[in-house]
Design a protein around this ligand. Sequence first.
Ligand SMILES: Nc1ncnc2c1ncn2[C@@H]1O[C@H](COP(=O)(O)OP(=O)(O)OP(=O)(O)O)[C@@H](O)[C@H]1O
Length: 301
Amino acid sequence: MNPTDVKLPDYRTQVPAVAARFQKLKQRPVVLEVERLGRQFAASDGGVITALKDINFQVHRREFLTVIGPSGCGKSTLIRLVAGLDHPTSGRMLLDGQEVRGPGPDRGMVFQGYTLFPWLTVTENIMFGLKLRGHSESKARREALQWVDLVGLTRCKDQYPVQLSGGMKQRAAIARALANGPRILLMDEPFGALDAQTRAQMQAHLMEIWRNVDVTILFITHDLDEAILLADRILVLKPHPGEVQELIEVPVSRPREVGRFHCPEFLATRQHLDDLIHPPVSVEADPLPIVRLTAVGDDVE
Ligand SMILES: Nc1ncnc2c1ncn2[C@@H]1O[C@H](COP(=O)(O)OP(=O)(O)OP(=O)(O)O)[C@@H](O)[C@H]1O
């Protein structure tokens, strides 16, 4: 049967177990509060680019929030602001009630580009932050090895980043970020450079890690399936200016597996996200310039 023939539920409909989960989630303390956040940049033509405008949302303790939206809607700008790598032009962010004014150990970061120190082994990479925080060599090693184990890298603990696959590097990067005990893990397209199979494995790994560690996650992705699979809620941004379009409670129950992708709640959410992010394009209204380089008779259609 064609999946489009199936009558899908409304993506806002929640079975009782899911509704109860959200009720509990909203009672947990707020870890990150974003209030009327705005960021403008100077454009090269002398104008102003409003990358983010009046962004408001909260992330609760141990919540998994994914952020999605078309290219240029301000996803990376948002995560850079929360990381303290950039400053807002309006509004503010509170982490555990304290205003964010710069980078800090309360925020761990994992980006798409592998950011491990190439001259250190997996274990030494994880030990780095622990030693900076004052742990002795032996205590840092003991703790780092626990993280190595948690992310399933025990067999590679003495290898250098160049000897690891992309997925292994990202697992090491996650372990290194978590070892510093952040309140929130900020992940900007962390699996964007991985092949589909490794990506699926990493998604499963991350859900397992998140189940076992007391950490809140803010996760940026371009991938609609990934956004739904991982999230409690999805923040959908729209571009020019970057604004919140919708904050969606994912109606798919947990635990989730890649194989549960095609349950009706998942498909309903997928369809709604698709409608929000990929509205129909009118080719007539905005024709592409056609450059003909082929000879007459070479048409492929
Ligand atoms: N340093 C900067 N100077 C000028 N404009 C910027 C700067 N950083 C971002 N912008 C602009 O702000 C807007 C949002 O950019 P941002 O990179 O946050 O979007 P994004 O949603 O992460 O995009 P993508 O999905 O393509 O990575 C874009 O129009 C971008 O050109």
